[in-house]
Design a protein around this ligand. Structure first.
Ligand SMILES: CCCCCCCC/C=C\CCCCCCCCCCCC(=O)SCCNC(=O)CCNC(=O)[C@H](O)C(C)(C)COP(=O)(O)OP(=O)(O)OC[C@H]1O[C@@H](n2cnc3c(N)ncnc32)[C@H](O)[C@@H]1OP(=O)(O)O
Ligand code: FAD
Length: 633
């Protein structure tokens, strides 16, 4: 990711009107939205001034913008899609001339990415919005022919964005050429009124993400210039000639960008949850270990360490793998720029399974952190409930998890077939060839031995899937039916692949840099990496017993080593979460504040409840009192 000037956190955090007088949970749906627009506009203004001062492209946010925005917003920023998808879609899918035209107003326009419809989110080839070329006027006419074709979910679409990139089925001279992207203005810049021919609004309250302004959009004979189709990969000429893309999947490139980014985003989500729950566990004293000694820090319970230390390790795993995946993405994008798309399928497969595993793991681990804080974790003021609802949305958006795992499975099966035919495979799947040629080692109780074992599981399950598909085909099913019949196993293969990748990259990246680190830092990072790998070896012991030569004795030794690692990490646990370096103003948690004044902060926050503004609420006199007096004996 390009490095842009970084607004120092304390600069942004010192701005008075970025602070909230009333906790957001006490605002109405509408007040919440207006509040984040107020704060988001201040940030938007800062980023705009910042980029102009330094002659950077005046439409890209600085690298730590997301982190600051997350902290200031206390919730999702309705301007997020402008930076996350709208601008990347234009810079990746429009010609240079179009980019100059569409982005000439820099921060003067606010965009979103309108792809999902009421009736379709996953199956893009089933999208119903149409863009039909009018040769006479040199325009496209956009229509939403059915209710299910209304765009539904795009962030910022309801009341914030005045432009969007729309995915629509391209029709030229009566022929459909499939989904293509179009640059569309949807509101008047001055008045912000929806343009004629459009129906716009927000989709209503959600489980979380309630400040994202997810909206709906319907087109009725809405006209845009022909040049508003993003034409880097495919073109429609003035005479109606359609020029095909070298690879129709390049249209989906913007989704790969966000999927790659989400690994790092989940690392940050988990860092926050781990900071809150570990610090709280160091402050909270509850119960005894030795009956004749005082109540202990709950962090001294080994089971509490088992619940929480995996989150510290996983945050580092996602951060390190996120950087590795980003490097892969950047290299593949560079290759595509030079005309080679050989590695796009591999990147697609990697981004699908790693996005899925990182978002799913972030979800259940944040929930585990919440539960580890007892009742106080259930308070909104702990910030753990909001972290949970924000993180788990990512399991669905940017590609629903099951569907993406099936995409990776598609790549594994193809790679398995290539291994059977003796073809060479990319390094990320070359273990399939080794397995096929029976070139693998006896189990070793070491991090490398575990990684090799997890790869054997992937190969074994992939082989089982290939055989299952073949079995169904031989019984008369079409390939697609046989694929569907085998999908439970196919998901398992992708999940195993993703876990093996995370363990391998985490361990070997840490091992690679450890010689450059101070001894103490190298020791602790290796302990975290070994904890992560050993945790997952124990979680996947069933598969290891089926597909490797691991023994019951090996597993017992792994369990013992795991518990040793918990004890080794315990003295550094608070220091490790402090090293995530997340300021109180961004952490926003009564349980996780750096000074450890948990109970005072909880009471301060409780007193901010509007209900506590008076000792007797009016509802007593209006509703309760008549009933109490009526039934008073
Ligand atoms: C003011 C301050 C603000 C601060 C901001 C700071 C800056 C922030 C910057 C970044 C932050 C980012 C943070 C993220 C936050 C995001 C918030 C929410 C965003 C949510 C957005 C969305 O949800 S957008 C909509 C997403 N939708 C999807 O992902 C749809 C999923 N469906 C699909 O991808 C496809 O339809 C499918 C792959 C599932 C199926 O398609 P299809 O049926 O065509 O595929 P096949 O199975 O037939 O396969 C065909 C063939 O194509 C290959 N392929 C498919 N997809 C891709 C792809 N994407 N790339 C490459 N190749 C692909 C597939 O492998 C097959 O190949 P074969 O060779 O045939 O095997
Ligand atoms: C918070 C949030 C923000 C969002 N922001 C945006 C945005 O900014 N822009 C945008 O365009 N979209 C956005 N979305 C929409 C999001 O991208 C879609 O919800 C997502 O792609 C899933 O599509 P769907 O909702 O239609 O679910 P479906 O695809 O209908 O999935 C429903 C179920 O069907 C299953 N299923 C579907 N297809 C298959 C298959 N081939 N094989 C097996 N099972 C299958 C799925 O696994 C799932 O269990 C957002 C969604 C959320 C929740």
């Amino acid at each position: 990711m390009k490095c842009y000037p970084v607004p120092r956190e304390n600069l942004v955090l010192s701005i008075d009107n970025l602070k909230d007088d009333i906790p957001e949970e006490y605002l109405s749906h509408k007040e919440c939205y207006e509040n984040v627009i107020r704060k988001g506009s201040v940030l938007y203004d800062i980023f705009s001034e910042l980029s102009k001062d330094r002659k950077h492209k005046a439409h890209q946010a600085p690298s730590n913008a997301y982190r600051i925005s997350d902290g200031i917003m206390q919730n999702v920023n309705p301007f997020l899609l402008h930076f996350a998808l709208f601008v990347p879609a234009i810079t990746n899918q429009a010609t240079p001339e179009q980019q100059a035209e569409f982005l000439k107003h820099g921060f003067g326009i606010i965009g979103t990415y309108a792809q999902t419809e009421l009736g379709h989110g996953t199956f893009l080839r089933g999208l119903e919005t149409t863009a039909t070329l009018d040769l006479e006027t040199d325009e496209f006419v956009l229509n939403s022919p059915t209710l299910t074709s209304y765009k539904w979910w795009p962030g910022g679409l309801g009341h914030t964005a005045n432009h969007c990139v729309v995915m629509a089925q391209l029709y030229v001279k009566g022929k459909c050429h499939g989904p293509h992207l179009f640059f569309v203005q949807i509101r008047d810049i001055e008045t912000h009124e929806p343009l004629p021919g459009l129906k716009l609004g927000e989709i209503g309250a959600k489980m979380g993400f309630n400040t994202a302004d997810n909206g709906f959009l319907g087109f009725h004979n809405f006209r845009i210039p022909r040049n508003n189709m993003l034409m880097k990969n495919s073109q429609v000429l003035k005479d109606g000639t359609y020029v095909e893309s070298k690879n129709e999947k390049l249209t989906y490139g913007s989704m790969v960008f966000v999927r790659v980014y989400l690994l790092s985003d989940m690392a940050y989500m988990l860092a926050r949850a781990a900071t809150i729950s570990v610090r709280y566990s160091a402050v909270r004293h509850q119960s005894h270990i030795k009956p004749d000694e005082p109540e202990v820090q709950i962090l001294d319970f080994v089971i509490q360490q088992h619940k929480l230390f995996i989150s510290i390790a996983t945050s580092h795993a996602f951060k390190i793998c996120g950087l590795w995946l980003w490097q892969t993405y950047s290299k593949v994008m560079e290759d595509i720029g030079k005309g080679s798309m050989d590695r796009l399928p591999e990147l697609h497969a990697l981004s699908c399974c790693l996005k899925t595993t990182s978002t799913r793991d972030a979800g259940w681990l944040i929930e585990q952190c919440r539960l580890a804080c007892g009742g106080h974790g259930y308070l909104m003021s702990s910030n753990l409930p909001s972290l949970y609802t924000t993180a788990t949305a990512a399991i669905t958006y940017e590609g629903e998890s099951t569907v993406l795992l099936l995409q990776t499975a598609r790549y594994l099966i193809k790679s398995w077939k290539r291994a059977m035919e003796g073809e060479s495979l990319p390094a990320t799947v070359s273990f399939l060839s080794e397995y096929f040629n029976k070139r693998y080692n006896k189990w070793e109780n070491t991090p490398k031995g575990i990684v090799d074992g997890l790869k054997l599981v992937v190969a074994g399950v992939t082989k089982m899937c290939a055989e299952s598909i073949q079995k169904h085909v031989s019984r008369g099913q079409q390939y697609e039916e046989a694929w569907n019949s085998s999908s439970v196993q196919l998901i398992k293969a992708s999940e195993a692949y993703s876990r093996a990748l995370l363990c391998e990259v985490f361990w070997f990246e840490v091992d690679k840099v450890s010689s450059t680190l101070s001894n103490n830092l190298a020791v602790v990072l290796k302990q975290l990496a070994e904890l992560y790998i050993t945790y997952w070896a124990l979680e996947k012991r069933g598969d290891l017993l089926v597909y490797t030569t691991i023994s019951k004795d090996d597993l017992d030794k792994l369990q013992e080593r795991y518990e040793e690692l918990l004890a080794l990490i315990r003295p550094n646990a608070v220091g490790l979460v402090d090293s995530f370096d997340i300021r109180d103003e961004i952490l926003c948690s009564t349980l996780g504040a750096y000074d450890g004044r948990v109970y005072e902060r909880m009471m301060e926050h409780a007193l901010k409840s509007p209900l506590n503004a008076e000792t007797v609420n009016q509802s007593f006199h209006k509703y309760m009192k008549p009933v109490i007096l009526k039934h008073k004996i």
